[in-house]
Ligand binder design. Sequence first.
Ligand SMILES: Nc1ncnc2c1ncn2[C@@H]1O[C@H](COP(=O)(O)OP(=O)(O)OP(=O)(O)O)[C@@H](O)[C@H]1O
Ligand SMILES: [Mg+2]
Length: 225
Amino acid sequence: MAAPIIRMQQVHKRYVLDGVEVHALRGVDLTVEAGEFLAIMGPSGSGKSTLMNIIGCLDQPDSGQFWLNGADVMAMDDDALARIRNREIGFVFQSFNLLGRTSALENVETPLIYAGVSRHERHARAREWLERMGLADRADHLPNQLSGGQQQRVALARALVTRPALLLADEPTGNLDTATSEEIITVLERLNREEGVTIVMITHEHEVAARAGRQLTLRDGRLDD
Ligand SMILES: Nc1ncnc2c1ncn2[C@@H]1O[C@H](COP(=O)(O)OP(=O)(O)OP(=O)(O)O)[C@@H](O)[C@H]1O
Ligand SMILES: [Mg+2]
């Protein structure tokens, strides 16, 4: 059987600021199989972003075990972490984080430049992902010429164009009205079901979390069902 995309055991993370220690993650166990769509909920300060940063290889646990797609993340140095991050993870955020003076198409192409993909192939793959997101006719638009939902769909195309093993979405509907939020969650459902994209999503909204295949809650740095 294929390795899980995420396997974490007893992950701890502490922050020390001005001599004050915050124990942000207190022994997190988490397994996510390929093809899952998981929602993580939890109150402010419960450790959601800390956990996402660790899953996304932006930060490392203080102790515990963590394998991403079979690779032992605890054993990696900064270069190896950067490589696995670029290759295995796609990120989307509440605030879209698109490059402002750059067209939708060029935004989607950007990760392929870093991956060393030829110009011709970059164009083709970026167009294909914009098409999949229903934005074929918006390729030349700048972000500020797009609606919030369209910007988030560009961000999704950019996150997925390198075909990462895992999509991490931190409050992807947090800046959107109800109708647009519905549009984006429907896109996420479709990506999971039809493209087999494995998704871990943070959300505050119960209706959004309910659309994922599985829901977990972080409370005081611990995960429960
Ligand atoms: N860089 C840091 N330095 C010190 N403490 C931190 C740091 N980052 C987070 N913390 C603390 O760790 C705890 C968990 O923070 P985290 O950002 O993971 O919460 P969260 O669940 O994402 O909250 P929110 O819903 O408000 O985004 C909080 O008590 C926070 O103050
Ligand atoms: Mg947070």
